[in-house]
Design a protein around this ligand. Structure first.
Ligand code: ZN
Length: 184
């Protein structure tokens, strides 16, 4: 019944603390896939995420679409994010490709940097605020989560009020169903 909640595109000074508060309330752990360029201005927040037992991973330097980048360009994206995270004493072992755009170069770069590539299995498209509201996020997650699901949500990259509200709704329901949230 283990499932993973993954929060992409942070850290964000407004939304990441709200997500942390919800996770604290239910005493569950999540995985935060961070954009390197946002790490420097939010170092204390990065340390807070880590100290509360959540996993932090590499989500590139600036959320580049890696699908058309060369191996060396991909390595640069990965290294710059790693360097930013190192300033908060974080040394990730997991990588998530922006937009889920994986390529041979990306897999090779992950192997060379000893990063495990991790995708998702439940995507309620919470980032698409023009078309997806809170109820749709909740319904999608509750309809598609199974044992070992990896749920994709976002704490950065735009207005994430819907996401925050959805988390408050679906986390207790999934706990009631017997699921156990684990950080990757
Ligand atoms: Zn992303």
């Amino acid at each position: 019944m283990a499932i993973a909640l993954t929060m992409d595109d942070g850290p964000h000074p407004a939304y990441t603390p709200q997500v942390l508060e919800i996770l604290r309330r239910y005493d569950i752990k999540a995985t935060f896939n961070m954009i390197g360029a946002q790490v420097g201005p939010n170092l204390s927040l990065v340390r807070e995420v880590s100290s509360e037992g959540h996993t932090i991973t590499n989500h590139t330097w600036d959320h580049a679409d890696l699908s058309h980048l060369t191996y060396h360009q991909v390595i640069d994206e990965i290294d710059r994010c790693n360097e930013a995270l190192a300033n908060a004493n974080q040394h990730p072992t997991i990588f998530r490709a922006p937009f889920g755009n994986w390529s041979k170069a990306v897999y090779q770069a992950c192997a060379d940097r000893q990063l495990k590539p991790v995708a998702w299995s439940v995507d309620p498209r919470d980032w698409d605020t023009a078309h997806v509201d809170t109820q749709m996020i909740v319904h999608n997650v509750l309809a598609h989560t199974h044992p070992h699901s990896i749920i994709l949500e976002h704490d950065g990259g735009g207005d994430r009020r819907n996401t925050v509200q959805a988390l408050k709704t679906f986390i207790p329901v999934l706990l009631d169903r017997g699921y156990r949230f684990v950080a990757m």
